[in-house]
Design a protein around this ligand. Structure first.
Ligand code: NAD
Length: 466
């Protein structure tokens, strides 16, 4: 779908006009390109003073693995951890060097005064972040901390990160990763996602990394040998999910309703996947999915993407519109999960990923049915995550909550509302289906065993429900 205003401001005259009128200035976001390095520029790393070096050690190892070009501030003792991991960090001399990533280990921050170290690290380099840059802070989950001073300081990081996301503009994202004590080894997939172009339209998010069984992966094909099923795969976001999972090495079973067979067949054949035409609300949907999965030895992941809108204000909404949206978007997911779990269709370390929506977080005029269903998806993920916590099979469940994504679904929105939805976020533009797909691929990775019960918005830090 075309964003004419977004295209116009890429021209020099468009840029001038927008600047003079104080209009939003969306930049072209960096996105995954094969052959490009994971991090397309330098990384400035820092850490707050304190005895616990476990986060820094994991960060250093990961930066070494991805061959990042690393800088440190001269006073910073993260240098030792980097040196131990074989990274020869350069000194940030305060000159004109620009950074693609600013990464700060705040896990040692234990009171309000110590938050000053966050200010000091970021203040001096706030103007030196490149376009589509990344700001990442790693802390400890406040809900696990009994000391009040430490808990408040760790919780405070969220306000800092969300404000940076709104301030820095130019496609720069900001995230907070809370890593559980003892789960530092599980940071790999999350740091790789957030430092790279794959997280283009994800900003202002708080992610929790916990203990959980991780599986070693070949990072060039992390989903190699895996069988994954995507519902609603014939077009839009589902098609993008199928393509990204296949790009990462998975065999994808592409599912959609029989009416979409031709489009579905086209997507599946282009990615060497297989086709399953089923209405997910039908009584035998679970059985049909199980049969298709058994042919390939079971499922490593199911992506519950299929969804519909039938918008009407509550007073004008007939029963049919209510029932249909709730059943497709929510009821069927609950039934399918139950069937797949009860019948051992999901393999060890299986990843269940659901697609919610910011409508389910913020609510939306004319969408009581849709917002109810999408909020229900969050409830389903939270409850199932608790059930799966520490399960012997190492399964996880997470969800993405897309904001304004350029698809047929958003094309149907009236112009003025559509334009507002597109601009009311820190990126001043709509996201692309591939942005949702990349986020799902991160959750679906065997290396993401430490992610369970996360709801990550793919919304460019939309103002709605923030
Ligand atoms: P889309 O309408 O382009 O695609 C949805 C797909 O689901 C279609 O291929 C459709 O045939 C399939 N589907 C519908 N009912 C089905 C059923 N009963 N059984 C099997 N397949 C069925 O929509 P999209 O924009 O690609 O949205 C994909 C998901 O993302 C949906 O869950 C949607 O709610 C969610 N979402 C989209 C946006 C956005 O901006 N586009 C924002 C938030 C959330």
């Amino acid at each position: 779908m075309s964003d004419r205003y977004g295209d116009f401001v890429q021209s020099s005259i468009g840029k001038k006009v927008a600047k003079n009128l104080g209009l939003p200035l969306p930049v072209t976001l960096d996105r995954f390109e094969s052959g490009e390095p994971l991090v397309r520029g330098s990384v400035l790393v820092g850490r707050a003073n304190g005895d616990d070096k476990s986060v820094s050690e994991s960060v250093a190892r990961i930066l070494s693995d991805v061959h990042a070009d690393v800088y440190v501030n001269s006073s910073d003792d993260i240098k030792d951890a980097l040196a131990d991991a074989g990274v020869e960090a350069k000194a940030n001399t305060g000159g004109d060097d620009k950074f693609k990533v600013l990464l700060f280990d705040a896990s040692n921050i234990s009171n309000a005064d110590q938050l000053k170290e966050v200010y000091e690290f970021f203040h001096t380099v706030a103007r030196r972040v490149e376009k589509s840059g990344r700001v990442i802070i790693i802390g400890r989950p406040p809900e696990n901390i009994s000391d009040i001073d430490t808990a408040l300081a760790q919780r405070a990081l969220e306000g800092f990160v969300k404000s940076v996301g709104k301030e820095f503009k130019r496609g720069i994202t900001a995230q907070l990763i809370y890593v559980e004590d003892g789960a530092e080894q599980n940071l790999d997939s999350t740091l790789r996602f957030f430092t790279s172009a794959r997280s283009a339209y994800v900003s202002g998010q708080v992610v929790r990394v916990s203990k959980g069984s991780n599986v070693d992966v070949d990072w060039t094909q992390p989903l190699g040998g895996k069988t994954m099923l995507v519902t609603g795969a014939s077009r839009g976001i589902g098609e993008a999910i199928a393509r990204v999972l296949a790009r990462e090495g998975a065999h994808v079973i592409c599912l959609d309703v029989p009416q979409q067979q031709a489009d579905l067949q086209k997507v599946a054949s282009e990615i060497s996947g297989s086709v399953l035409t089923v209405d997910i609300t039908s009584d035998d949907a679970g059985k049909q999915i199980a049969e298709a999965a058994q042919k390939r030895g079971g499922l490593d992941s199911i992506i519950h993407n299929a969804g519909v809108t039938r918008d009407k204000t509550l007073a004008n909404m007939d029963e049919k519109k209510w029932d249909m949206v709730i059943d497709i978007n929510l009821g069927s997911i609950a039934r399918l999960n139950r069937y797949l779990l009860d019948n051992d269709v999901l393999k060890d370390n299986a990843r269940i990923v659901c697609v919610s929506s910011i409508s389910g977080i913020a609510g939306n005029l004319g969408q009581t049915n849709y917002a109810t269903s999408k909020a229900g998806v969050i409830g389903l993920v939270n409850a199932t995550a608790k059930q799966l916590e520490g399960n012997a099979k190492g399964m996880t469940i997470n969800a993405v909550a897309p904001g304004f994504i350029e698809t047929q679904m958003t094309e149907a929105i009236p112009f003025a509302i559509r334009e507002a939805g597109r601009r009311m976020n820190s990126m001043s533009q709509g996201g692309l289906p591939v942005d949702v797909a990349e986020t799902i691929a991160w959750f679906a990775s065997p290396a993401s065993g430490g992610l369970n019960g996360n709801i990550v918005r793919v919304c460019g830090q939309s103002l709605l429900g923030a």
